[in-house]
Write a protein of this length. Structure first.
Length: 261
């Protein structure tokens, strides 16, 4: 019988964590159980190195053998291990049932790894077709969801953007910045938003300069946090572009009464 997995040397300390077996005498006919016991302790990130470790041993001690033979044997061992766990499961025992579920999940995860490296088409055709059908359905659902999302986004598209006179983008931005600072008679802010993103994205999406699109980074540069960092973080609206001032109605009434007096 061929030796598929590297066993632990007798009466010696474990030289490598992937070695299977016991430090003392053990029946080699139970190599499959010892292999699975070792696999249960492996992390998914170790699956590849675990597989290659035992593959290299198999090829070394079995001259003339091919990887596909090792792969088929290992795949059958994993499938048999899952079947045994299902057969011997005891749902009435909380501890054993929980352990069985953990072990089944581990074997299925390793089976998934084996499927990912199957270059010999070892998997049964029905299993492959079933997986492909499931993948097709999943992708079709994703496409449908994306098409719906695109359709909903198109509701916000416009035939023509609002055109800003050449050289007056800063003027429009100044007005929007003023709107952000306006307060109602109650003292509450007219517009409330914790982020500046909606403002510069709105400008880029719905405004143009003499028919030309406004790059989102251009609009974004005007919305910064610290005025002292203007040269690095953003762009100030030039004084000559501040052509309008939004005055609340209460202030206008106060100014009018003052003039009448």
């Amino acid at each position: 019988m061929k030796e598929y997995f590297k066993p632990l040397a007798r009466f010696k300390k474990r030289e490598h964590p992937f070695d299977i077996g016991m430090p003392f005498s053990w029946w080699r006919g139970h190599y499959d159980r010892h292999f699975l016991n070792n696999l249960y302790e492996r992390k998914e990130s170790e699956f590849e190195s675990f597989y290659k470790y035992h593959l290299n041993h198999f090829l070394e001690v079995n001259a003339g053998s091919q990887e596909v033979e090792f792969y088929k044997h290992l795949r059958d061992l994993i499938q048999d291990g899952i079947a045994v766990l299902i057969k011997e499961d005891k749902p009435g025992s909380k501890t054993k049932h929980e352990r069985t579920n953990v072990q089944k999940a581990q074997l299925r995860a390793f089976a998934g790894y084996l499927d990912s490296i199957d270059q010999w088409a070892v998997r049964p055709r029905l299993e492959v077709y079933t997986e492909k059908d499931a993948t097709i359905v999943r992708l079709q659902n994703q496409i449908a969801a994306l098409e719906k999302q695109i359709s909903e986004m198109k509701e916000y598209d416009v035939v023509q953007k609002i055109r800003i006179e050449e050289g007056h983008l800063p003027t429009v931005i100044d007005l929007i910045q003023q709107l952000r600072d306006l307060q109602l008679p109650t003292g509450r802010a007219l517009l409330r938003c914790d982020y500046k993103t909606p403002y510069y994205k709105m400008i880029s999406k719905y405004f143009s300069i003499d028919g030309k699109d406004i790059p989102i980074e251009t609009a974004k540069n005007y919305f910064f946090d610290k005025q002292n960092d203007v040269s690095v973080k953003g762009t100030l609206v030039p004084t000559e572009n501040k052509l309008f001032k939004i005055i609340p109605d209460t202030q206008k009434k106060a100014v009018k009464k003052s003039n009448q007096a």
